[in-house]
Design a protein around this ligand. Sequence first.
Ligand SMILES: Nc1ncnc2c1ncn2[C@@H]1O[C@H](COP(=O)(O)OP(=O)(O)OP(=O)(O)O)[C@@H](O)[C@H]1O
Ligand SMILES: [Mg+2]
Length: 323
Amino acid sequence: MQRPILEVKNLSTTFHTFRGVIHAVSGVSFHLNEGEILGIVGESGSGKTVANLSLLHLVEGGVVQADVMRYQDIDLSSLKEKEMEKLRGAEISMIFQDPMSSLNPLYTIGHQIEESLKLHTKLNRKERRARMIDLLSKVGISDPESRLKSYPFQYSGGMRQRIIIAIALAVNPKIIIADEPTTALDVTVQAQVLRLLTDLIHNESRSMILITHDLGVVSKTTDRVVVMYAGKAMESGITKDVIHEPMHPYTDGLLRSIPRFHENQERLYQIPGMVPRAYDLPKGCRFEPRCPKAQPICKNEEPPVRKMSNGREIACFFPISKG
Ligand SMILES: Nc1ncnc2c1ncn2[C@@H]1O[C@H](COP(=O)(O)OP(=O)(O)OP(=O)(O)O)[C@@H](O)[C@H]1O
Ligand SMILES: [Mg+2]
């Protein structure tokens, strides 16, 4: 089997605040294979953003530790800030969760894409222009030549998100990390933008981590998935397997609370209770207080990650089995 392009083992990120220590990410492992789309899914606050920002040295005020953080042959944890900056520009692009903050309202779209090209490529003026026009057409913006002269406010939300994707693609990165790239858009535009993004990844053999809280998005667009809960990876595996036969009670609960997965159910299931606070986590399994299958051991001990068949991994003492 091919070696993954990106590999993370036992990643933990903590913040020391006046309320106490916040364990935003606790011992999470995942990998990204070349050419695939990996989904990272979980409720708000589960550590999806922090885990990915940690890889790129973009966590402010947090302490990041990991046994392995590797991109190709590069050990990410040992990179100096200058080297990391270069890598972020050229090899791993991130589409940030707050799309509006990624564009500067004071400059034209053309100016903003060109700045990135100037910084990270050796293209001359004419080549940069050609590349920009090509990029805008690729992301489905008609009349790209005149559109380059527009300012962000002259674009609709969906178009702005296409521009952000164009900027992320401008330098030809090997990996794109897209953090909730479509959450701010309405449902039809969401589908179009997701489709565009996944086509661009597959057609140009890039790899992508797609962060989302939406299991519907995961099932439609990703090859593999990691399900996070309160800073931990609860379950991971091939998306189809995880969606069709969830093994972790948390994944099962998440799936049962989505209308389209259980259309003939009278009332939608809701996982009881609340997500624990990040500075006050249960001692054993973090899902134990809400888990329908919990036993005494779950309260006292953290379940180790178990490797199952077909690359599935699961952190649960009592996984669901269909057999
Ligand atoms: N700079 C920070 N200082 C202190 N705590 C932080 C900081 N950044 C994130 N956290 C905390 O870390 C935890 C994980 O946050 P994170 O943003 O990764 O969640 P998320 O899964 O991306 O959620 P969402 O779906 O809302 O984007 C949360 O409890 C959050 O409050
Ligand atoms: Mg987030």
